[in-house]
Design a protein around this ligand. Structure first.
Ligand code: SF4
Ligand code: SF4
Length: 371
């Protein structure tokens, strides 16, 4: 598996474009291109946030990829994403505007088709099908461009997790509700990833996020662009680079177990690997999980017990709450109400998915440990 890594000091077109060109050449992507291809770029536009914050894929990374595609003669390039919250014209126009995507037009079409279709999931253990946004299904070639972040529920967010954004709007919280356990949720993510199967995944880690990701964390300027065809192994590589234990990230552990990720086959090409990086701060919500150091047959029972003992709950910082209701809209368990202009939680039925924290624009939701 070829993993490319290039140093990019800051978000400047003349620094990013050469890195993208080198990655494309190393991975042989030009050989895949034809002028009549419909190429769909799947960014991370989780919420309406300026690119100055490390929440969404930076527009200049996408711009560099589009410029490279144009140079190959590709004309039909579409940007498709279903962010957190609703999936409709009004919401997505706001997202495109806030996240700096408008500057990419007219070289790229910002998707305004909000239909979705059901497709069979060939590798499904329980997900026999997925409901996926139409432009992804109509793509000849998918380029997954994610942001490198820590994540309150999954621990890590990179290539695999970014593909959750092909599920339309508020159907995402429904999947959280259907699979509240991290093991099942991670299996679902892997099945979805195998269904979408992007041909190339680029990780924007020029300015990554540590702490309470995927939206409430802080900047970690890693100054890197990573790219690979094999996004499963790339996630293993990137998690390790962050100082995380990849085998403690359930979706990566499962990818290794299923032979999708092959960490012993990584061939690193490009710039030198940064040394002595301080490890990324993990989210407050992340469970203390020592199970990966136990024998395989003990890991699952231990994780279940530890999961209950160390369960985390959302906690409102009342003074920051503006009563916008975005948390209530995205709560799969429907246990948040807005009363007297403030969010109110019924914690008993909380499944600790932290969709509420993810969608809160005011960082008004913190994490409380049960124990
Ligand atoms: S907690 Fe956040 S998302 Fe929920 S109502 Fe308050 S400000 Fe809005
Ligand atoms: S309150 Fe927050 S963490 Fe609990 S189920 Fe709802 S969205 Fe998930």
């Amino acid at each position: 598996m070829i993993q490319t890594l290039y140093h990019v000091k800051e978000y400047k077109e003349d620094l990013i474009y050469p890195a993208i060109c080198k990655a494309m050449e190393t991975l042989g992507i030009a050989g895949d291109m034809r002028p009549d291809l419909k190429v769909v770029i799947k960014p991370n536009l989780i919420m309406a946030k300026s690119p100055d914050f490390p929440v969404t894929t930076h527009p200049l990374v996408i711009k560099a990829v589009v410029r490279w595609l144009k140079a190959q003669g590709v004309k039909n390039i579409v940007l498709a994403e279903s962010s957190g919250g609703l999936y409709n014209g009004e919401h997505m126009k706001n997202i495109y505007q806030a996240c700096g995507m408008r500057q990419l037009e007219p070289d790229i079409t910002l998707n305004m088709d909000f239909s979705a279709r059901t497709v069979n999931c060939k590798n499904g253990f329980a997900n026999h099908s997925f409901h996926i946004i139409t432009p992804i299904l109509e793509a000849d070639y998918i380029i997954n461009i994610c942001k490198l972040k820590t994540h309150a529920m999954t621990g890590y967010s990179g290539g695999i997790k970014n593909l959750f954004g092909v599920i339309p709007g508020l159907e995402k919280p429904q999947l959280h509700y259907r699979w509240p356990d991290i093991h099942d949720f991670s299996r679902m993510l892997l099945e979805l990833a195998q269904t979408v199967s992007p041909q190339l995944t680029i990780i924007d880690a020029v300015n990554a996020m540590e702490g309470n990701g995927p939206t409430g964390g802080t900047s970690y300027p890693l100054h890197l662009i990573l790219a690979a065809r094999d996004f499963y192994t790339q996630d293993y590589f990137a998690a390790k680079l962050m100082g995380l234990n990849p085998m403690a990230v359930e979706m990566i552990r499962l990818a290794v177990e299923k032979g999708l990720a092959q960490p012993d086959k990584i061939e690193l090409i490009g710039d030198t690997l940064p040394e002595n990086l301080p490890p990324f701060q993990t989210p407050d919500a992340i469970k203390l999980d020592f199970s990966s150091s136990l024998p395989g047959f003990l890991q699952r029972p231990f994780a279940l017990i530890a999961g209950r003992l160390f369960k985390s709950y959302p906690q409102l910082e009342k003074e920051k709450c503006i009563g916008c209701g975005k948390c209530a809209e995205s709560c799969p368990a429907h246990i948040i109400k807005i009363e007297n202009g403030k969010a109110k939680f019924k914690k008993k039925k909380c499944i600790s998915c932290f969709c509420c924290q993810e969608m809160c624009p005011m960082k008004a939701i913190s994490v409380k440990k049960a124990f």
